[in-house]
Design a protein around this ligand. Structure first.
Ligand code: NAD
Ligand code: USQ
Length: 399
């Protein structure tokens, strides 16, 4: 297949591009390097020494003898260039990772809130609009998030995108239907992902665009089979208070013997997936596109559910590091239960990497190896969901 990976310089996009190239697809990466620019803005960088795109691509050619092309383009802005790229490459599928993906960054101030909305909503709308205008039959695969559902499952397993409902009609009959699962975004970033869902639904119904939306949990781990082939191919590892996600932060904190930063009571249950499984899921999704006239196909791309405090306990015991319960900078439920249906990928052959098995390798192979690159002043989460006075009242810290 001819595939364009939008956002292919990022944490999920880079290993996906390499994997798809390795299994024989022709891959073009499109990115505007906004993530690298945000690192400059925040004064931090990946724990791992990621290389410039030119170096990455020539290293890949040396290792695999396969070529990946690169085009610098802002998906949210460069609309006419985007149409040109689609018409030149004529992709069978495009994978859309190109969004601002940090919830804390999206809540920093009105500037980051507006940037996140403008970037994410316009990127998705431009892509869908350009696919229509190109007249090509392109399968659009998007990286969405488990966060569109909120994290309370109201006593049911969160279904894969659609909720079966029964309602009483005016004449008293009971009608059955399926609707998009009601959204409950917990940050401006997550709100943009709920808006993406509506755009997919509209362009699918109106223009017949085939879309797969992958509602992904929190990705952990760093390396995949392809990124370990050469150090110049190494994937990024974010540990800072804005972009570092909880499990990778705990792994790096364990390597540094920095007390694990649990927000509130740590009663937040979240869904997780290893980066190696992310790339596998995307390959599986490409193999089973929705048929023409099918509705948007939604998968829950996650493999395990953990509470934050249970993760902290596991890592604390394994690596002998204390746990620090700190006031939660976010406005989120202190405790929740989460149960998720992920049968679609399991039925298509996914065999998940579990946390129990991957942790040690991650701490030794990545966090300890590159710990001299860590700037501990970047670890605290400084982005507050509401102002400090309101935040103090939100959730007491526990000891
Ligand atoms: P990332 O920030 O590392 O990568 C995103 C890439 O997109 C970056 O290289 C960035 O430069 C590029 N980009 C952003 N806006 C762009 C634009 N307007 N034009 C062109 N390029 C643009 O993020 P990631 O962790 O790789 O996440 C990728 C996608 O997966 C996101 O949409 C995110 O919502 C989703 N996701 C990520 C996780 C996770 O834990 N990392 C979990 C669930 C879902
Ligand atoms: N948390 C801590 N300590 C920390 C960091 C986070 O206790 O040091 C807590 C947070 O308060 C939250 C949970 O851990 O309750 C998860 O936070 P996170 O930063 O790991 O994940 P989140 O902000 O939800 O976002 C990440 C990705 C995002 C993706 C989402 C999937 O950045 O792109 O969409 O995971 S999901 O969480 O399933 O919505």
């Amino acid at each position: 297949m001819n595939i364009i990976v939008f956002g292919g310089d990022g944490f999920c996009g880079w290993p996906t591009a390499l994997h798809l190239s390795n299994v024989g697809h022709d891959v073009v990466i499109v990115d505007n390097f906004s993530r690298r620019n945000i690192d400059n803005e925040l004064g931090c960088e990946s724990l791992t020494p990621i290389q410039p795109m030119r170096t990455r691509l020539s290293a890949w050619k040396e290792c695999s003898r396969r070529n990946i092309d690169f085009i610098k383009l802002d998906l949210a802005v460069d609309y006419y260039q985007l149409i040109g790229v689609l018409c030149d490459v004529r992709p069978d599928a495009v994978i859309h990772f190109a969004e601002q993906r940090s919830a804390p960054y999206s809540m920093k101030s009105s500037c980051q809130k507006r940037y996140t909305v403008n970037n994410n909503v316009n990127a998705t709308n431009n892509l869908l609009s350009a696919v229509v205008e190109s007249g090509l039959d392109i399968h659009v695969v998007h990286l969405g998030t488990m966060g569109v559902y909120g994290y309370g499952s109201a006593g049911i397993k969160i279904p894969e995108g659609y909720l079966k409902i029964k309602i009483d009609s005016e004449s008293g009959e009971q009608l059955e239907n399926e609707i998009l699962y009601p959204v409950k975004p917990g940050s401006i970033y997550h709100m943009t992902k709920t808006q993406d869902q509506l755009m997919f639904s509209f362009y699918n119904t109106n223009d017949g665009i085939r879309v797969t939306d992958l509602h992904q949990g929190i990705v952990w781990g760093t390396q995949t089979n392809e990124t370990t082939m050469d150090e110049r191919l190494i994937n990024r590892f974010d540990y800072d208070g804005d972009y570092g996600t909880v499990l990778n932060r705990f792994l790096m904190q364990a390597a540094m013997k920095y007390p694990l930063t649990v927000h509130g009571t740590g009663g937040q249950a979240r869904a997780f997936i290893h980066i190696q499984d992310t790339v596998k899921c995307i390959e599986l999704a490409l193999r089973s596109p929705p048929a023409h006239n099918d509705r948007v196909k939604i998968y829950n791309q996650m493999t395990e559910v953990y509470k934050v405090r249970d993760l902290a306990k596991l890592i604390s015991e394994k690596f002998d590091v204390p746990v620090d319960y700190i006031t939660n900078p976010r406005k989120e439920a202190a405790e929740n239960e989460l149960s998720v249906d992920n049968r679609l990928f399991l039925s298509e052959g996914l065999s998940p990497i579990t946390l129990e098995h991957g942790l040690l390798q991650e701490v030794a192979g990545i966090a300890r190896r590159y710990m001299d690159r860590c700037d501990i002043s970047r670890i605290p989460c400084t982005s507050l969901w509401v102002n400090r006075e309101q935040n103090e009242g939100l959730e007491p810290s526990v000891s």
